[in-house]
Design a protein around this ligand. Structure first.
Ligand SMILES: Nc1ncnc2c1ncn2[C@@H]1O[C@H](COP(=O)(O)OP(=O)(O)OP(=O)(O)O)[C@@H](O)[C@H]1O
Ligand SMILES: [Mg+2]
Length: 259
């Protein structure tokens, strides 16, 4: 068994993706190491979620290369890709809960699909994990449409954590959560990293990005314009990175708003 800590989870080179004439990703190159929390930041609609979906194989890039643990993703068989995804807990920005399933069935989806435990055990596990995100057991039997947006977010997070995955891929995991729950969630993610889980996370919370990550990278104008350790980010002179981290409206990044 290879020592995952010495390997790269992802190695991405020259990734490109366009929608019609809109070139979202132009030339995206970066590595994501195992055994650390890598946080991707960037302005709104800079292509972070598109990149996330490309990494997961849910969206096909137009060009470039994605290697997963040293192997070209395009060359992996369906079975190999499935085995790989089986080790990854994923939470999407828009949650992507199944409307026709109760909350606990959503959380336990993977356990039920694998058939590795009984429905009763899967439900118990789901109730335990939603409790970690501050949700009471009675939420388990409700449907996604019957709970608030912040509760849906926490169900989606519980689904990502349910099988103690070796890798967590989280797109905006604290969007819409109150500051206390945001902090709690970030601490929970950090605890997973300390326990050896590899985390790749997207966030608009610049405080969390600096406090809970090991490595930071910034996507802007279709490219990774800065990457390095979180300590280096605090000292960095890159003006676009500084503007984003400080949340200033003046600077090289201009928002296209109509007067
Ligand atoms: N399926 C799609 N079809 C067409 N355009 C898309 C599609 N998905 C994303 N886009 C476009 O790609 C651009 C980047 O979107 P993306 O969701 O990756 O932004 P983001 O960086 O995640 O933003 P946010 O911080 O608001 O979540 C946007 O202009 C969006 O409209
Ligand atoms: Mg997004």
């Amino acid at each position: 068994m290879p020592d995952e800590r010495n390997e790269l989870l992802f190695s991405v080179e020259g990734l490109a993706k366009a929608f019609a004439e809109k070139q979202v990703l132009r030339n995206v190159t970066f590595d994501v190491p195992h055994g650390a929390a890598t946080v991707l930041i960037g302005p709104s609609s800079s292509g972070k979620s598109v990149l996330f979906k490309c990494l997961l194989g849910l969206m096909a890039p137009d060009g470039g290369r994605i290697a997963v643990e040293g192997r070209d993703r395009a060359a992996l068989s369906g079975e190999e890709l499935e085995a790989l995804l089986d080790r990854v807990g994923v939470a999407f920005q828009q949650n992507a809960l199944f409307d026709s399933m109760s909350c606990w069935e959503n959380v336990a989806f993977r356990l039920l699909q694998r058939g590795s435990c009984s429905r009763k055990e899967a439900r118990e596990r789901a109730v335990e994990v939603i409790g970690r995100f501050g949700l009471r057991p009675e939420v388990a039997d409700r449907f996604p449409a019957e709970i608030s947006g912040g509760m849906q977010k926490r169900i989606a997070l519980a689904r990502a954590f349910v099988s103690n995955p070796r890798v967590l891929m989280l797109d905006a995991p604290t969007d819409g959560l109150d500051p206390i729950m945001t902090r709690h969630t970030n601490q929970h993610i950090r605890a997973a990293v300390e326990g050896g889980t590899t985390v790749f996370m997207i966030t608009a919370d610049m405080r969390a990005a600096q406090e809970f990550s090991d490595r930071l990278m910034m996507l802007y104008d279709g490219e990774i314009i800065w990457s390095g350790s979180t300590g280096e980010a605090r000292q960095a002179e890159e003006p676009r990175l500084k503007q984003l981290l400080e949340g200033r409206s003046d600077g090289p990044i201009r928002m296209a708003v109509r007067a």
